[in-house]
Write a protein that binds this ligand. Structure first.
Ligand SMILES: Nc1ncnc2c1ncn2[C@@H]1O[C@H](COP(=O)(O)OP(=O)(O)O)[C@@H](O)[C@H]1O
Ligand SMILES: [Mg+2]
Length: 328
């Protein structure tokens, strides 16, 4: 198959690789790794890059020979950013991998996703979403009780994730987040316990939860807050399929994950994040419609346990998209 490859890198937007404000952009290394994986599956791959480059090529009819776009572009500039390339490709009727405009947009609103999850009976942390920390917001947060996790409602990659232990810290950290980022803030009850994530591949009834993955320090200590540093360069963190959770808890977590993936009609692949308390109560945190496909991540780990090599996992994503578009 002839595949065009869309992705964003920090350099596309004049940002340094070290800029921590956009930690969810992939590295050039991961871009090359995915390209090689697609090629090992027998596809030919054309690098495209970000939405500006895609638009130019579309306008010049330079993509007429392309069968499918492999899209991992996070976009830039608004809460719709991940949804822009899917919209453009939908207009041009070009098949693409990963979720459509709706899936990408809901993915970037943690609060709305939680409301939907809760309505399906999936347990979620108590929380409040706000633009300004006025007294009524402070009262609500105090009634939830400290410690409280602050995070950006429409960002990923643990950007801005902060734990605050009292009102003073709440005020100080909120001021910092509001001045640095342009996103609503979500304040949530802190769920102490295990950090869990569930990679999924497939569509609708054929979607499969590949495994329940524990993210843990190499010394066996639970991750208290999975911050951007740990997601980026920290070698002290590892993924494991030995979660230590009872089978019925793992089963519930898989079911919650598939329920969300299917109900929101997410496409081809996604990943669901959870925290699980010491007495086995899972709490859903968020969906990821463009989860990391980098080496040594949860997808590769689960793939191995199912007898699949890294490139075959990437191949499964292409297969899932191809089935949707009847390209096979
Ligand atoms: N309510 C919470 N309780 C405990 N930890 C949390 C909570 N919300 C977020 N975290 C921590 O912050 C990390 C990032 O939060 P998450 O909601 O997954 O956003 P994102 O990964 O998009 O930045 C989680 O993986 C988890 O370690
Ligand atoms: Mg997350």
């Amino acid at each position: 198959m002839r595949i065009g490859f869309c992705y964003d890198t920090k350099s596309d937007y004049g940002l340094e690789e070290e800029n921590m404000e956009y930690t969810d952009f992939v590295s050039l290394h991961t871009v090359t790794t995915i390209k090689h994986a697609l090629e090992r599956c027998g596809h030919t791959v054309q690098y495209i890059g970000n939405i500006d480059k895609l638009r130019t090529l579309l306008e010049k009819h330079k993509l007429d020979e392309i069968d499918l776009i492999f899209n991992i572009a996070e976009g830039f500039g608004s809460r719709n950013r991940e949804a822009l390339i899917p919209s453009l490709l939908e207009i041009y009727q070009i098949p693409y991998t990963a979720s459509d405009t709706y899936g990408m947009a809901i993915n970037l609103n943690k609060q709305h996703t939680k409301i939907i999850a809760a309505s399906m009976g999936i347990p979620v942390p108590q929380g409040i979403c706000f633009k300004e920390l006025d007294t009524s917001v402070i009262d609500k947060i105090e009634s939830i009780g400290f410690p409280i996790v602050l995070k950006l409602n429409s960002e990923g990659g643990s950007m801005g994730v902060t734990l605050v232990k009292n009102k003073n810290e709440l005020i100080k950290e909120t001021e910092h987040l509001i001045s640095q980022y342009h996103s609503d803030i979500l304040a949530e009850e802190y769920i102490a316990g295990k950090e869990i994530t569930v990679p999924i591949i497939g569509n609708g009834i054929n979607a499969q939860a590949l495994g329940v993955v524990l993210i843990i320090h190499k010394n066996g200590k639970d991750v208290s807050l999975y911050n951007s540093n740990m997601k980026g360069v920290d070698n002290d963190i590892t993924n494991s399929l030995k979660t230590g959770l009872l089978p019925n808890i793992e089963k519930s977590i898989r079911e919650y994950s598939l329920l969300l993936h299917r109900n929101l009609e997410l496409r081809d692949y996604s990943r669901m994040d959870f925290r699980v308390t010491s007495n086995g109560q899972p709490y859903f945190l968020e969906i990821n419609t463009m989860p990391s496909l980098g080496r040594d991540g949860s997808f590769e780990l689960c793939g191995k346990s199912l007898g699949l090599e890294y490139h075959e996992i990437i191949g499964k994503i292409v297969e899932a998209a191809s089935e949707r578009y009847n390209l096979l």
